[in-house]
Design a protein. Structure first.
Length: 512
């Protein structure tokens, strides 16, 4: 798939609206441009790749990986990312109520809708021209399935951040889009699930190396399992993504299909999970790929979001990375780890030294290093060839355990076995017995830090507010983080969208 990243970048200009300043009302494209473009199977393939690129890599320096590190990891109790300066993440970490103009929040909204628009266009053109263009009907249905998955992926991302969002099922003119209000979360979920249920049978079970990175049938099943889990989780009485629907059995079945497929393997070496890429890494279920040193700069930069200049210098990465202030790992979280836990040893830098230069000295500030691999550093801060795992096989197993503890299938013995397997790989005793939901979430926290899952896990736990406020009481000795209520569990609708069509959208409660 890496070669397709390059091709997708070349075609993005054809599809327009890649700026983070675009309004929702500007989504449609020139019909003339579209009609002239979709003429060959290659054109359709480029359109598909451009949809992947927008959904996964974004329109600028921010992609999905950057987004979950900025809006999930930084929001959570894993990081104490307060600063002495005015930085975009300050309001995210500290739960400010005046963040409707925040760049990260705005990016999440606009980029997802741009990708949805591309998926809508592609699906419409497949329906209109596909029979005449594709000699093999299976190629047409597989491409439509990928477009449906990407549309579902973006809508799920949107409702997890914002709750109710406009549901746009087809390409629209600006005046049409300006009449679409925010849609109930349940209705958006129904659309997401319908897209995935149609897509999954037509997706390939796996791909060869040249196409690695495209969503497989089992990647979509794992994702659908997560969708069911999220909407099944306890509701907080707000218009958020958790609806308390208790569909844990449906989630468990999707995840179980991934487990029994035989295509994935629980990696025995924790470090290797993040250093081995492609088909060789059997932990990869749904992965976003990046390649460094290409002319169009399609490498990744998500590791910079939680990076720290002195640590970069300590591993001989001396180019300015842009992390002027660190986002330290919270003391409370560091203290959760056993000293021999391989996950902490590999993923969190607690003692590092810079021999010469601007940052010469010894450092003990704890920062993430899990995804920082000097061997895959390219030409500057936005050019790392490090892939990002959206869902890995360990996550599938631990999500199955979560479903089991909610009565969705499996046994307590299964849960304990999964947790012991995770602990053994980390170099810890296999002493898990009668694991509870709270204990499972604690183990998930240690397993998936720096992967952008913690905020979502807190939401699914049903205890996000009490957990964050209890953490604040211990960690926030400077008093920089606001005590929160349920309204803080979703983000504000971006101010630009509120102002674009006055009266069309209401703001989420609790925000200025």
């Amino acid at each position: 798939m890496k070669k397709y990243i390059y091709l997708a970048a070349t075609v993005l200009a054809v599809f327009a609206f890649t700026s983070c300043d675009d309004e929702l009302t500007q989504l449609p494209l020139s019909s003339g441009t579209i009609e002239n473009f979709y003429a060959t199977p290659g054109d359709f393939a480029q359109a598909r790749n451009a949809t992947y690129s927008m959904a996964f890599h974004g329109a600028s320096v921010y992609g999905y990986a950057n987004r979950v590190l900025n809006l999930s990891e930084t929001r959570s109790d894993n990081l104490y990312a307060t600063t002495t300066a005015s930085r975009e993440w300050e309001g995210i970490n500290s739960f400010y109520t005046n963040i409707s103009s925040n760049t990260y929040i705005r990016e999440a909204y606009v980029t997802n809708y741009n990708a949805i628009n591309k998926a809508n266009q592609l699906l419409e053109k497949i329906a209109e021209k596909g029979d005449a263009i594709f000699t093999n009907p299976a190629d047409k249905t597989a491409m439509a399935a990928e477009a449906r998955f990407l549309r579902a992926f973006c809508y799920f991302d949107l409702i997890r951040w914002f709750g109710r969002v406009p549901l746009i099922k087809r390409t629209m003119t600006s005046p049409e889009a300006a009449k679409i209000p925010r849609t109930a979360v349940k209705e958006v979920y129904d659309f997401i699930i319908a897209d995935l249920e149609v897509a999954i049978p037509d997706l390939l079970p796996s791909y060869d190396a040249a196409n690695y990175g495209r969503v497989s049938q089992y990647g979509a099943k794992a994702f659908l399992g997560l969708v069911y889990m999220t909407r099944s989780s306890p509701t907080y009485g707000i218009d958020g993504a958790t609806l308390g629907l208790n569909e844990w059995d449906k989630a468990y079945q999707q995840l179980s299909d991934v487990e029994t497929s035989g295509l994935y393997v629980f990696g025995t070496d924790y470090e290797a999970i993040f250093k081995v890429e492609g088909l060789t890494n059997k932990e990869n279920v749904l992965t976003i790929q990046y390649t460094q040193n290409l002319p169009l700069a399609v490498g990744g930069n998500f590791m910079v979001e939680v990076g720290y200049e002195p640590y970069f210098a300590s591993v001989n990465i001396n180019s300015a990375q842009g992390s002027l202030e660190a986002k330290p790992v919270s003391t409370e979280f560091v203290n959760k780890f056993d000293v021999i836990d391989k996950r902490k040893i590999f993923g969190i830098a607690t003692n590092y030294t810079v021999a010469t230069g601007t940052y010469k000295g010894s450092y003990t500030l704890p920062v993430y290093k899990k995804y920082i691999d000097p061997a895959r550093y390219g030409n500057g801060r936005e050019d790392w060839g490090v892939d990002f795992m959206v869902i890995r096989y360990t996550d599938v197993l631990m999500m199955m355990a979560e479903c089991t503890l909610h009565g969705g299938g499996g046994t307590q013995a299964d849960v304990d076995a999964i947790v012991n397997q995770v602990r053994t790989r980390a170099g810890l005793p296999a002493d898990a017995l009668n694991i509870t939901l709270d204990q499972l979430f604690e183990e998930r926290r240690k397993e998936f830090f720096s992967e952008g899952t913690r905020w979502f896990d807190l939401i699914r736990s049903g205890k996000a507010v009490e957990t964050m406020n209890a953490w604040k009481a211990v960690e926030d000795t400077d008093g920089k983080i606001r005590t929160i209520d349920n309204n803080a569990l979703i983000y504000p609708i971006p101010l630009q969208e509120i102002l674009a069509v006055p009266g069309l959208y209401d703001q989420n409660i609790g925000y200025d």
